[in-house]
Design a protein around this ligand. Structure first.
Ligand code: PLP
Length: 396
């Protein structure tokens, strides 16, 4: 047995679950907790100051995302944006039809909203994905019907990082007269895109996945899109989302988007180099590993890897003991022993789906971290395989 000689390091490799608030984001938020605490609906000067900050933020977001100010509704995050988009669009258009199309790899915010629609009498079609985690545009074309009002397919998957060809999928949905929603929570801040170029009608964003605060996000609603308000009350957000606006959070989200856009080229290059280094070194030291999802059509920070004969949960716990934070599947489903719905939909055998670990890198990670993590992962995989009744080395 080797003895631990080094002091424990803490390495966070779970940036798809959440990210730390960037110092410049925190700075942008602070005045709205103290000096500038006004309610944006108040008529007095303190309220008008908050209202001005809110509208400046909206303009800032619109500029970066490539849409109009009036097309942005601020929400409490990705989950609310997805719920609003899916239920709001389906209900507002239900006189035209009650059929919705989605994929089997969506975040639960979308998939459970679709299940709700099914209980409310809507029909939902789940398009298959291939072994690389990609939706075939032809399958969408074949599934569209005259009563299809909405297609909801995510931009990049949170577990695998695989990116869909949203632009092409939107074109096909629009030919058939259906609206298109995409959950862009995992692409925003990681890859450059413009909403007008994607062409979608609805798009969800969450601040805390891009170094912004938790509990704030936005939904892009293309002007003219029929959508039913879901959060009801006062006339905030032009009657589309009631509730006193989270001005501090919204200022933080806006700053986070600005920083992501400013640093995109540099960060992408760094993340590509880190993930490539990690994967190549890991392949050298650990036999019988399998990368899940397309390596090419992928956000630059995510690698989902299955270790034959090892339980994902066991890996997470043993890496955690060494100060390394990773996850298996999505955070929302951990605690249950079910294999990832995403990996199962991709046709991964149960054994490999159970042995999957998601490494999602970010700003704080260095090359040194990578080399350290590879060593620890190699050591832990070997230890777990030695005690695993499931593992027999693949013959060759
Ligand atoms: C995290 C996440 C969400 C949920 O966003 P919250 O702001 O945490 O509610 C939705 N979709 C995807 C793809 C995510 O990764």
């Amino acid at each position: 047995m080797a003895t631990e000689s080094t002091t424990m390091r803490n390495i966070y490799l779970d940036h798809n679950a959440t990210t730390p608030v960037h110092p410049e984001v925190l700075e942008a938020m602070l005045p709205y907790f103290s000096r500038k605490f006004g309610n944006a609906s108040s008529m007095h000067s303190s309220g008008r100051e908050a209202k001005a900050a809110l509208e400046d933020a909206r303009a800032g977001c619109a500029r970066i995302l490539g849409c109009r100010d009036s097309e942005i509704v601020f929400t409490s995050g990705g989950t609310e944006s997805d719920n609003y988009a899916v239920k709001g669009a389906a209900f507002a258009n239900r006189n035209r039809g009650k059929h919705v199309i989605t994929s089997p790899i969506e975040h639960h915010a979308v998939s459970v909203s679709c299940e709700f629609l099914e209980k409310e009498g809507f029909g939902v079609t789940y398009l298959p994905v291939d072994s690389q985690g990609i939706v075939d545009p032809d399958q969408l074309r074949k599934s569209l019907r005259p009563d299809t009002t909405l297609v909801t397919i995510m931009h990049a998957n949170n577990e695998t990082g695989v990116i869909q060809d949203v632009k092409e999928l939107v074109r096909i949905a629009h030919e058939a007269g259906a609206l298109f929603h995409t959950d862009a929570v995992q692409t925003t801040g990681k890859i450059a895109y413009s909403i007008s170029e994607l062409g979608c009608d609805l798009l969800s964003i969450s601040a805390h996945k891009l170094y912004g605060p938790k509990g704030v996000g936005l939904l892009f609603i293309k002007s003219g899109t029929k959508i039913q308000a879901w959060n009801q009350g006062g006339g905030h957000e032009r009657g589309r989302r009631a509730g006193t606006e989270n001005v501090a959070g919204i200022a933080g989200l806006t700053r986070a988007l600005e920083i992501a856009a400013r640093d995109m080229a540099k960060e992408t290059a760094k993340l590509n180099s880190l993930t490539t280094r990690f994967y190549e070194r890991l392949r050298e030291c650990v036999p019988d590993i399998h990368i899940n999802g397309s390596l090419e059509k992928r956000v630059p920070n995510t690698l989902n890897i299955s270790f034959k004969g090892v339980e994902g949960e066991a890996m997470i716990l043993s890496l955690d003991m060494k100060g390394i934070s990773v996850s298996s599947g999505s955070a929302c489903t951990s605690g249950t022993t079910q294999a990832s719905h995403v990996l199962i939909a991709m046709g991964l055998p149960g054994e490999l789906a159970h042995g999957s670990v998601r490494f999602s890198f970010g700003r704080s990670n260095s090359e040194e971290d990578i080399d350290y993590v590879v060593d620890i992962v190699a050591q832990e995989v070997q230890r777990l395989r030695n005690i695993s009744p499931l593992y027999t080395k693949s013959g060759n």
